[in-house]
Design a protein around this ligand. Structure first.
Ligand code: ADP
Length: 403
């Protein structure tokens, strides 16, 4: 394998019942191993571990995150990296909500862990799960520096007009209600790559980035700094997503409570898990949605049209907010893999300098690339996101400062 684990950063993205991980060298971007633990807490838990191009799978009940991570370390040891003996340069943790407190990658100690826990009120589905991963990694790798990288951090400096909700200011202040934005690690990484690819100084570019995965968000970035983003206090706002509706009339919540007699947890579940593309069509994966559309399924067609309509609404809003745009970029599962979505989102906009080249858009290509026509004033790009690499680099920068 050449390198020892000491040069590597272990990146952990811990969810409520899963842990995704990657061991990589932030300098060379070489990934030594990666994998996912799924269905933690159930009887049919499974770990899929990939190292040196080979996949291994282990199926057995995994009670909690610490048990899962312990098994992951056993699989690492079996594939040549005994992390508990060799150590790692750092462990980088994806943490969804940093609130007002955290806006840069932060070395984790007991106080930081407690503060991440306190922020669970703002992200009840995410922060406790992130913390479970942090506590497990701290217990199993007590000598490794642990760094939290926050999904909200990039958007910390949003202008007041963009981040303020027009509700009673005292209520908002008392409860931390403002737009925080999410997927920040991806928006920052991708917009940085765009500047590199175009050979331009990020400081002179106006950009719109669409991160379209299961969750989806858009951002408007001026000179390397975000001026607006579609997700809000929580990752529910904005674009239509796999299972989330994005923007809604807030009156719908009160109406559901009164008319459908749903309690607040049922409404939360409806909005987080049973809405969006899934709520409209019955499926949340875009590949399945396409297949349904091809069979003439009207609900699937409508779901797709609503999705694209919302994308275009944000595109229009951000074009005006920025006063013109130099680059529009698509990333994440749908953004990277669906030429149809990209073409439909930007159709008929030649008068704004936006023109997708059909051949470039549909070419089989997994690398970062430009898909606009050669003469179009606005560059349209597809840039694969790499949140793990961005987290590893951020963690590395924090620990380098400790030396
Ligand atoms: P996550 O938000 O979980 O990180 P991803 O960025 O991996 O999600 O995106 C997952 C989504 O990407 C899937 O639900 C699927 O809809 C979509 N997707 C993946 N591959 C393709 C493809 N080849 N064509 C269209 N959509 C795809």
């Amino acid at each position: 394998m050449g390198e020892t684990a000491e040069n590597f950063v272990l990146v952990i993205n811990s969810g409520s019942s899963s842990i995704k991980y990657q061991l990589l060298d932030p300098e060379s971007s070489v990934v030594a191993a990666s994998g996912i633990v799924e269905r933690i807490g159930e009887d049919d838990s499974v770990i899929q571990h990939r190292a040196d191009g080979e996949s291994t799978e282990r199926r057995e009940p995994i009670a909690d995150h610490t048990a899962g991570l312990r098994l992951v370390f056993e699989m690492f040891a079996a594939t040549g990296h005994d992390l508990r003996r060799e150590g790692v340069r750092a462990v980088g943790h994806r943490v969804v909500h940093g609130g007002e407190v955290f806006y840069r990658p932060t070395l984790i100690d007991d106080d930081v862990a407690a503060a991440i826990s306190d922020l669970s009120a703002l992200a009840p589905l995410h922060n406790p799960a992130n913390l479970a991963g942090i506590e497990s990694a701290r217990a199993l790798l007590p000598d490794a520096p642990q760094v939290a990288v926050f999904d909200t951090a990039f958007f910390h400096g949003l202008p007041a007009a963009a981040k303020t909700y027009a509700i009673d200011a005292k209520v908002a202040a008392a409860h931390g209600i403002r737009k925080y934005g999410f997927h920040g690690t991806s928006h920052e990484y991708v917009s940085g790559r765009v500047a590199e690819l175009l050979g331009r100084d990020p400081g002179e570019l106006n950009q719109i980035v669409f991160h379209l995965g299961n969750g989806a968000s858009a951002s408007a970035i001026r000179g390397g700094r975000p001026v607006d983003t579609s997700m809000g206090l929580t990752p529910l706002e904005g674009l239509v997503m796999g299972t989330r509706p994005g923007d809604l009339d807030p009156g719908i919540v009160a109406h559901l409570a009164r008319s459908a007699h749903l309690d607040i947890d049922q409404i939360d579940t409806l909005l987080n898990r049973d809405s969006g593309i899934k709520g409209l069509s019955g499926v949340n994966d875009f590949r399945e949605l396409r297949r349904l559309i091809e069979t003439g399924d009207d609900a699937a067609r409508l779901a797709y049209d609503v999705y694209v309509h919302r994308l275009r609404r944000y595109l229009g809003a951000y074009l005006i907010e920025l006063g013109g745009v130099d680059a529009i970029t698509f990333t994440a599962g749908v953004g990277e893999n669906s030429p149809q979505v990209r073409a439909d989102a930007l159709a008929g906009l030649a008068r704004f300098g936006i023109e997708v080249d059909p051949a470039a858009n549909t070419a089989e290509n997994r690398t970062a690339r430009r898909i606009s026509t050669p003469d179009a004033p606005v560059a349209v790009l597809v840039v694969p996101t790499n949140e793990e690499l961005a987290i590893a680099r951020a963690a590395r920068r924090v620990v380098d400062r400790l030396d």
